[in-house]
Design a protein around this ligand. Structure first.
Ligand code: XMP
Length: 518
């Protein structure tokens, strides 16, 4: 275990991921955690992340310098590097020489940390203060034009640091620097793999659910719930029931894919609830986006709870025994962002389900709580789930309901489903699935425009293509799809979908746009 101490910048999660990419397990802890508590967890190493502030700013987050002398190896990055320098008697000054973004670094003495790395290379910086003198006992390894001490190490004490951000993509050799610390200086063993995760989780779930527990899992068709369900299925077999609510707002072929491929690859017990009519009736006449979301959310809970009640209704708990478990695909970023941090135990959620005894509680089973999205995909592959599920683009819960601008009807859904299927097919055909974050196709159902096809005038609807690149959906850029791919999509949609006579491309980034149109 390697602990990444979070000083409040957005870098801690990325560092934790990079450590895991080096096949060493890592978790994030807040900088407010007492050092004794960190050490009590027995970490092989501690990494201090970057932070937003100057070490001299009022209220700047700090760390008890005892962390540097406890015998556990420590690596400081950016702000963490400055904390280490200051904590051990070095000098950190506001030289006024700020460095942001790409910066050239010159390695003067590679030592262990920078061994086999080119003497001149480009790194990513973001700092105002600089270390002007390394603490006693440290070797200075590198400098930049503005920073005399940009990297240092004291291998005997297991301490090292760099002023730059080795974890970001734009830093050359960043992963190598991190691995040098982990392996050569902290002597971590690189044994953490997806196989371990699956086995570990299966054991944990068996323990949590016990001999008689029953679990249910709502499948959305997305990768998270599918992988969570597949792990639980491996642990408890048929005592897991998966529920898939078909709200009629899915894309072409998706429901069939869940019914066929998910079941075939996992052997899970799946109940598909056909609720299309119920959802479409509830949506009739509604065009306001928020109203649509509310209706879809409400109908979803209603349908899911009815299925739950049916499945778990006759499981009788003995005194003090828990028999009802709800599987959720919660990921590590959700846990970190909601302030859960490392090591928090499962939260109990009480559902009041109509038709169930009032005291029947659900306990959450969250097998992906420690994983990042890209790790979830690897686990999915490990579990033998089909690539279509493992690599599926994110798809919003309200489905195509928020990609029809205007009222949602069966007829409009069918039009959009056809256009969307063509766009996805051509994207896959061009080999671009993994370069694109999401590719919504939006039907402007209340808009008509004039066109000409064959010898006749048409008066059809436009669709908008919205391919975007992103890392986390918080920000996004419009994807520069090759013209020939766009052309094929446009030609096929206007030829094959009779009601559509115009195809537009959305070239707005997020912000100011959002990914979805509603
Ligand atoms: P926006 O459109 O806000 O979307 O840029 C960001 C990400 O969230 C997805 N999204 C939703 N997911 N329920 C969901 O489960 C929703 O109501 C919803 N709205 C947007 C969207 O697809 C994108 O990935």
């Amino acid at each position: 275990l390697v602990l990444v101490v979070d000083f409040g910048a957005q870098y801690a999660q990325l560092i934790a991921r990079r450590v895991r990419e080096a096949r060493v397990y890592s978790e994030i802890v807040p900088h407010t955690m007492p050092v004794a508590e960190m050490l009590a967890r027995g970490p092989k190493a501690i990494i201090l992340s970057g932070g937003p502030s100057s070490v001299y700013a009022e209220g700047a987050p700090g760390i008890d310098p005892s962390v540097f002398t406890a015998g556990t190896p420590v690596f400081g990055m950016c702000y963490g590097f400055q904390l280490m320098a200051r904590g051990l008697g070095g000098e950190v000054s506001a030289t006024g020489a700020r460095e942001y973004g790409r910066t050239r670094v010159s390695v003067s003495a590679p030592g262990t940390l920078l061994a086999d790395i080119p003497a001149e290379h480009t790194v990513w910086m973001s700092h105002g203060d600089s270390v002007t003198q390394a603490p006693a006992g440290f070797d200075v390894l590198a400098a930049t034009a503005q920073t005399p001490v940009a990297a240092f190490e004291d291998v005997d004490r297991g301490l090292a640091g760099v002023q730059w951000h080795p974890e970001v993509l734009h830093t050359e050799h960043g992963q190598k620097v991190l691995e040098h610390f982990l392996v050569q200086i902290a002597h971590c063993r690189q044994t953490w793999t997806m196989v371990n995760i699956v086995e570990e989780q299966v054991e944990k779930i068996r323990e949590q659910i016990g001999e008689r527990g029953q679990a249910i899992c709502g499948l959305s068709g997305g990768v998270d719930s599918a992988v969570a369900a597949a792990i639980v299925q491996r642990a408890i077999g048929d005592r897991l029931t998966c529920v898939y609510v078909d709200h009629g707002l899915m894309r072409k072929g998706e429901t069939e894919q869940i019914e066929r491929d998910f079941v075939a690859s996992t052997g899970a017990d799946l109940r598909v609830v056909d609720a299309e009519k119920q959802f479409l009736d509830a949506l009739a006449g509604v065009s306001d986006p928020e109203e649509k979301r509310k209706i879809i959310g409400r109908e979803f809970i209603r349908t899911f709870e009815a299925a739950e009640a049916e499945i778990l209704g006759d499981s009788i708990a003995e005194e003090g025994e828990k028999v009802a478990f709800l599987v959720q695909g919660t990921l590590y970023p959700d846990v970190v962002e909601s302030g859960g941090g490392a090591g928090t135990s499962n939260i109990k959620s009480h559902h009041n389900v109509g038709g169930l005894p009032d005291d029947l509680q659900f306990e959450l089973v969250e097998p992906l709580r420690t994983l990042f999205k890209d790790e979830v995909r690897l686990v999915g592959e490990q579990l033998g789930l089909p690539a279509e599920i493992v690599w599926r683009h994110p798809f919003p819960g309200p489905g195509l309901g928020i990609r029809i601008i205007g009222e949602v009807t069966r007829e409009r859904l069918d039009i959009l489903r056809e256009a969307d299927a063509i766009a996805r097919e051509e994207l896959t055909h061009a080999g671009l699935d993994r370069d694109i974050w999401q590719f919504p196709v939006v039907l402007l159902a209340d808009v008509r425009s004039v066109g000409v096809q064959g010898d006749g005038r048409t008066y059809g609807h436009p669709v908008v293509l919205r391919p975007v690149t992103s890392e986390d959906a918080m920000t996004a850029d419009w994807a520069r799809l090759p013209y020939d791919v766009l052309e094929r999509i446009s030609t096929r949609i206007t030829n094959e979908v009779a009601e559509v006579n115009r195809v537009a491309v959305d070239i707005t980034s997020k912000p100011p746009g959002t990914i979805e149109w509603e």
